[in-house]
Design a protein around this ligand. Structure first.
Ligand SMILES: [Fe+2]
Length: 275
């Protein structure tokens, strides 16, 4: 096995591990790599959808997406399609997946199906390191505080995208989570807010809440906390959604008429209520 670090902050590309192998020994190895590097990448993994489901099930119970319809044969797989005419880009903007849920996703297993010849990288930022490097005064201000995360309304998910279909759910999800959460697997504290879903800090007036959140967003997006992965076909990323935020860069520019398309299969593993 070879491990190539993607940056000094987080992320590693792993060579010499076969994701078809779901033996307990191999799963243990993958989990250990995941907890150490927060996000791990594997190239040239020619696994089919059933094999992706099998691998994901070994990491924990699977969840279905709140709003997006899964594949008919494998409802746990959400196919993320960015077609050449799509006006909005799914996942563009820093976020932790479905942080509006009461028990947000623990891990994501994302496999590339079709990759544009240029652009479409994904960036990740290490929220344990973000907590560690946070200004002391700011740390004191957010200690013990909670923030409200909400799903922005179902229209965002169901009307803004051409190629991805709604599952018919129109409920709004709104939950409070601690701003500093503990990842029980790494034992570390992580900063848990994101620009996409976090709305306000509980118990503060709007102005103060906005000001603190903006400082936290600016800090968590610092480039020295990040890594960047350039996709190739049949690559798999697995990330710990409790300790990273990520950003799918749509720099293959659908609106400029370049004709590029990006297709990914996503499976999510159910998480615990943040504490
Ligand atoms: Fe995402």
């Amino acid at each position: 096995m070879e491990i190539e670090l993607l940056s000094g902050a987080l992320g590693a590309e792993i060579k010499g591990v076969d994701l078809k192998d779901t033996s307990s020994e191999n799963i243990e190895k993958i989990k250990n790599l995941l907890f150490e590097h927060k996000v791990i990448f594997f190239r040239n993994q020619d696994i089919n959808q059933k094999e992706q489901v099998n691998l994901s099930k070994c990491l924990g119970p699977l969840e279905t997406h709140a709003y997006v319809k899964g594949l008919s044969k494998f409802p746990e797989i959400v196919r993320i399609i960015k077609d050449p005419f799509e006006q909005n880009a799914w996942g563009e903007g820093w976020h932790s997946d479905v942080s509006y849920n009461k028990e947000p996703t623990m891990f994501v297993v994302l496999k590339s199906v079709e990759i544009p010849p240029i652009g479409g990288d994904t960036m990740f930022s290490n929220m344990e390191l973000a907590y560690e490097t946070l200004d002391k005064k700011l740390k004191i201000k957010i200690e013990g505080k909670k923030a409200i995360h909400d799903s922005r309304g179902s229209e965002f998910f169901t009307e803004d995208y051409n190629s991805m279909k709604s599952n018919g759910n129109f409920d709004l999800y709104r939950n409070e989570h601690p701003i500093i959460r503990t990842n029980p697997d790494s034992g570390k504290k992580a900063l848990y807010v994101n620009t996409m879903y976090t709305r306000e800090i509980v118990g503060l007036d709007r102005k103060e809440s906005d000001s603190i959140l903006n400082e936290l967003y600016k800090h968590q997006e610092r480039l020295d906390l990040t890594c960047r992965f350039k996709w190739t076909k049949n690559a798999v990323a697995i990330w710990d959604n409790r300790s990273v935020i990520h950003y799918a860069i749509a720099d293959f520019y659908p609106k400029r008429g370049l004709g590029h398309k990006r297709v990914m299969d996503r499976i999510a593993i159910r998480g615990e209520q943040p504490f």
